[in-house]
Design a protein around this ligand. Structure first.
Ligand SMILES: [Zn+2]
Length: 95
């Protein structure tokens, strides 16, 4: 039996948000209002607590997690101060 929250359908054409690291935390920025939310790597979907993704009818947005996440985390982990552990990808386009 599969556990967890059911994944609501995301409408086609919805732009995903890119995960980035800010002060040692994976976060993503809302493309509609600029708010940021923590990202759960195990559940890479995004719901803004400010605008509730109203621009796309309240649907979840997918979150892009970089394929080389482990390498990024390892590289940043070598930095002694968590506030210096920051990373972001260039904007990507969802096909
Ligand atoms: Zn928002």
């Amino acid at each position: 039996m599969k556990r967890g929250t059911p994944k609501p359908k995301t409408p086609k054409g919805v732009t995903p948000v890119a995960a980035r690291i800010y002060h040692n935390q994976w976060i993503a920025d809302c493309p509609d209002c600029g708010n940021a939310e923590f990202v759960w790597i195990e559940e890479p979907r995004f719901m803004c607590s400010e605008c509730f993704n109203g621009a796309i009818g309240g649907a979840w947005r997918p979150v892009e997690i970089p394929n080389d996440r482990a390498d990024i985390e390892a590289a940043l982990g070598a930095r002694p101060l968590p506030k210096t552990r920051n990373w972001q990808s260039s904007p990507r386009t969802w096909g």
